[in-house]
Design a protein around this ligand. Structure first.
Ligand code: UT7
Length: 332
């Protein structure tokens, strides 16, 4: 029997209309455009303003965009993997809500929380299901309403994040393209430096947790930066080496968009020229698990079948990793 690979065959996205600029943020907290641009590299981020709507709303829109672009029919989808750190609610899963709202009736659907590495975790799972032969049309939907968990009085975090959703279709192929190697990791050592303290089973919501702002993202930026900058670079270089990829073989580095300095360090360690690095952090900030597929969505027309892509991420947990993808299609 021929070897079955898993290949990305389409990408959809949804971006909320509202653009929150650095200038507007500097009226809310003690910050400024110069600090944000030089330390992080963000100019603006999108914010979902629709009252009463959350991750599922954006996820459904991204899937609809995917179906429109690819001709994918809802009834063909047999697996929905939702990557998010901002579920609509703890139960039911956001994947179940998305499947219902999008009228996807024949699919297994569940959530995965790999934080900023969530898309890589989701793509890896999609690949395993496809290689095992049990699923054929898998949608990895990455949807993050980061504005709902950001403390808008904390300048150290509120400038960093944005809202977005993407939907990626993964299918089987017998060609030598698609997901070639996945190199993913988790180390709970990072759990103290990037977290939400309350709202779970250890510290359920109370008046006190609300007064203490414990339902918002807390980050010790310096500590996270230290690990991110080495681990994202190390794992990507390791993936290159174990697949015999030289720098000239790499068409694109597709990095998680948390900080321009982390991206630059990764590219430098790989020896990859900045012209081969997808960067859109300036427009969207850190959209957690949506950053990497959002880059693919924006660069889709420039990608050619057979291009070697290295996807690379680091996030809360810590979670980190890289995936080597041989791109599967040319866009007409
Ligand atoms: O995506 C998931 C993984 N997350 C990451 O990879 C993020 C990793 N961390 C980072 O990217 C960076 O650490 C940050 C962008 C979060 C912060 O940059 P930094 O260069 O590490 O700044 P810092 O935390 O060391 O703060 C430097 C100074 C401090 O002032 P003092 O103590 O030197 O007087 C901060 O209070 O900058 C101050 N500061 C700000 N100033 C203006 C912190 N936030 C702001 C702000 N505007 N928004």
């Amino acid at each position: 029997m021929a070897q079955v690979n898993a290949v990305i065959t389409g990408i959809g996205a949804f971006l909320p209309e509202y653009r929150l600029t650095n200038d507007e943020l500097s009226k809310m907290v003690d910050t400024n455009d110069e600090w944000i641009m030089t330390r992080v590299g963000i100019k603006e981020r999108r914010i979902l303003k629709e009252e009463g709507e959350g991750a599922s709303y954006m996820g459904v829109k991204a899937i609809e965009n995917l179906c429109e672009k690819t001709g994918l029919k809802k009834e063909e989808i047999d697996l929905v993997i939702c990557t998010t750190v901002t579920p609509d609610a703890p139960i039911p899963s956001t994947a179940a809500i998305i499947a219902d709202k999008a009228d996807i009736r024949n699919a297994l659907a569940f959530d995965v929380n790999g934080a900023c590495s969530g898309f890589l975790y989701g793509l890896d799972m999609a690949t395993q299901y496809i290689k095992a032969g049990s699923k054929k049309k898998v949608v990895v939907v990455s949807t993050e309403k980061m504005s709902s968990i950001v403390d808008w009085t904390d300048r150290t975090t509120c400038v960093l994040f944005g809202d977005a959703a993407t939907a990626v279709l993964v299918e089987p192929t017998e060609e030598n393209i698609g997901v070639i190697d996945t190199n993913l990791h988790t180390d709970g050592i990072g759990r103290h430096w990037l977290k939400i303290v309350a709202g779970g089973s250890v510290k359920p919501a109370s008046y006190e947790t609300i007064d203490n702002h414990e339902h918002f993202v807390y980050q010790d930026g310096k500590q996270v930066f230290k690990y991110a900058v080495t681990r994202m670079a190390d794992v990507t270089v390791e993936t290159m080496e174990r697949n015999g990829l030289k720098v000239e073989d790499v068409a694109w580095l597709v990095p998680h968009q948390a900080n321009l300095r982390i991206i630059a360090a990764t590219a430098e360690r790989m020896g990859v020229d900045s012209s081969k690095v997808m960067i859109n952090i300036e427009k969207y900030g850190n959209t957690t698990s949506a950053t990497i597929p959002l880059c693919l969505y924006e660069w889709e027309k420039q990608l050619k079948k057979g291009d070697n892509l290295l996807l690379s991420a680091f996030g809360a947990g810590f979670t980190w990793g890289s995936i080597y993808v041989k791109w599967g299609y040319n866009t007409k």
